[in-house]
Design a protein around this ligand. Structure first.
Ligand SMILES: NC(=O)c1ccc[n+]([C@@H]2O[C@H](COP(=O)([O-])OP(=O)(O)OC[C@H]3O[C@@H](n4cnc5c(N)ncnc54)[C@H](OP(=O)(O)O)[C@@H]3O)[C@@H](O)[C@H]2O)c1
Length: 275
């Protein structure tokens, strides 16, 4: 349904891998604004795009200029300044007719090794990155539930994704491709994720979403399948063992399920990554 008036959406990190996929999916249907931090001609010309560096600028200025009804946060960079930015965003969301969709990560569970994680499991991380994501999640969860959606992602692939491009480069340069034989993961693509976000917006869904494939796969098996389908060069692998036993880093959906057509399996991720 074309209803450009329905929402004004601000994508923080619109030129990033995930931010850009979200932008492409949403802009035919909504008024979509975006922020970029690396200056470039195309973004400077685009009146809907704003330069924003969370290490230097106040996000509130962008919020006041764009007055979004939905903010999608897909940023990377300095954790301290990202935290401050999200504190300001939380305050803004609290006092305006506005919601936030925060792109989080399976790493909020990276201290658990023995099982995959579900939406309502308690978060626990042993990495700085995971800790940082938990901090922002907890900040947002203090808002009324109608005002936030937290999307926890596993590794994101897709044609042209940085992860696939890195493998292509490693194959060409004959440098080792890291695989983790003990690591059990789930996976997704930027394209499927964008469709899921579109649905979450259209249906006004909120809460915690685990947006990984519904099945699990060993990291080395998945990467080797990708490499096998890219053929061309003989791969060199570097096997990385972080534990003796199998270890999980997977976010499975259970309580906040999306419709079947919006779910994905690892074999589809593979197909959609090597087109
Ligand atoms: N990719 C994955 O597999 C994956 C998995 C789980 C979760 N995530 C999460 O998804 C989100 C997006 O990741 P991504 O893979 O799309 O990363 P990405 O391609 O590196 O994009 C990051 C975005 O952040 C912006 N940015 C970086 N430093 C900034 C700064 N100082 N001020 C303002 N903006 C800044 C970049 O802007 P410019 O491009 O203009 O510099 C870019 O748009 C992240 O929060 C990440 O934790 C990703």
């Amino acid at each position: 349904m074309l209803d450009k008036k329905k929402h004004k959406i601000l994508v923080l990190g619109v030129n990033g891998f995930i931010g850009n996929a979200i932008y492409k999916e949403l802009y035919p249907y909504f008024r979509v604004f975006g922020t970029y931090s690396t200056p470039n001609k195309a973004s400077e010309k685009n009146k809907q795009f704003f330069h924003y560096n969370h290490e230097e600028d106040d996000v509130v200025e962008i919020l006041e200029a764009t007055k979004p009804s939905i903010i999608i946060s897909s940023l990377r960079g300095n954790f301290a300044t990202q935290t401050i930015a999200h504190r300001h965003i939380t305050e803004y969301v609290k006092h305006h007719n506005c919601k936030i969709i925060f792109i989080s990560s399976a790493n909020v569970f990276d201290a658990y090794k023995n099982y995959p994680s579900y939406e309502l499991d308690k978060t626990l991380s042993s990495s700085i990155y995971g800790h940082f994501k938990i901090k922002i999640e907890n900040m947002l969860m203090r808002l009324p539930k109608s005002k936030w959606a937290i999307l926890r992602l596993p590794m994101v692939f897709g044609t042209g994704s940085p992860r696939i491009e890195e493998i292509r480069t490693q194959l060409k340069e004959k440098t080792p491709i890291e695989v983790f034989p003990n690591l059990i993961i789930n996976v997704t693509t930027d394209y499927k994720l964008s469709q899921q976000i579109h649905y979450i917006i259209n249906r006004n869904k909120t809460g915690i979403f685990h947006l990984g494939s519904t099945d699990l796969i060993h990291h080395d098996e998945f990467i080797k399948e990708i490499v096998g389908s890219l053929v061309l060069y003989n791969p060199v692998y570097k096997q990385v063992y972080t534990t003796n036993d199998d270890r999980y880093l997977a976010v499975l959906p259970k309580d906040n399920l999306l419709p079947k057509n919006l779910q994905i399996q690892s074999k589809d991720v593979l197909k959609m990554s090597i087109l």
